[in-house]
Design a protein around this ligand. Structure first.
Ligand code: GNR
Ligand code: NI
Length: 172
């Protein structure tokens, strides 16, 4: 179990399409453990493997508000089976786009088929923050970031702020 560095935009690795996992082996379980440690350490509610540089279709999430009541969820090879035509708007952030937030519209509900930590097939009917978060994470598997949904102007403003904060940390 260890906390790994999180890649931040701009980074070409974040734009890779992640590969399907053939089988949930000990390697994948160790990766999921590290991802959960990394996500909790960064105070995130979700993390895709590509955010720590591993191009596998694996996501971890914990949307519980109470830090004392952990509710980790693991998704391997998730597929969206059904999306609600109704949209919901959430203020999104991303550990790979640090300290930047924007309102994003996504289907308010979705059904997701996936393999769990033990490699067993599951179906989740998600709504609310859970639905938003799983869709945000599944975008990472395709190399998509939430800023890609913004206007050119808003996106370029965020990228400019990111490059400024990156060059500041290089000086410190
Ligand atoms: O920690 C996170 N919070 C969040 C808030 C609203 C919508 C999506 C998210 S996911 C994000 C962690 C992250 O970057 N996952 O990829
Ligand atoms: Ni993200």
């Amino acid at each position: 179990m260890s906390v790994r560095p999180i890649l931040t935009e701009p980074n070409k690795i974040l734009r890779q399409v992640s590969r399907t996992v053939e089988k949930v082996t000990l390697d994948e379980k160790k990766l999921m453990d590290d991802m959960l440690d990394t996500m909790y350490a960064a105070n995130g509610i979700g993390l895709a493997a590509i955010q720590i540089g591993v191009p596998k279709r694996i996501i971890v999430m914990d949307i519980s508000k109470d830090p004392n009541k952990k509710d980790p969820r693991y998704f391997v090879n998730p597929i969206i089976k059904n999306k609600d035509s109704k949209k919901a708007t959430y203020e999104e952030g991303c550990l790979s786009v640090p300290n930047q937030f924007a309102e994003i519209d996504r289907p308010s509900k979705c059904d997701v088929e996936y393999l769990d930590y033990n490699g067993n097939k599951q179906l989740l009917k998600a709504d609310g923050l859970l639905a938003t978060c799983i869709q945000h994470e599944m975008d990472h598997l395709e190399g998509i970031l939430f800023i890609d949904y913004l206007s050119k102007l808003k996106k370029s403003m965020i990228l400019k702020k990111l490059s400024k904060s990156k060059s500041n940390t290089a000086v410190l």
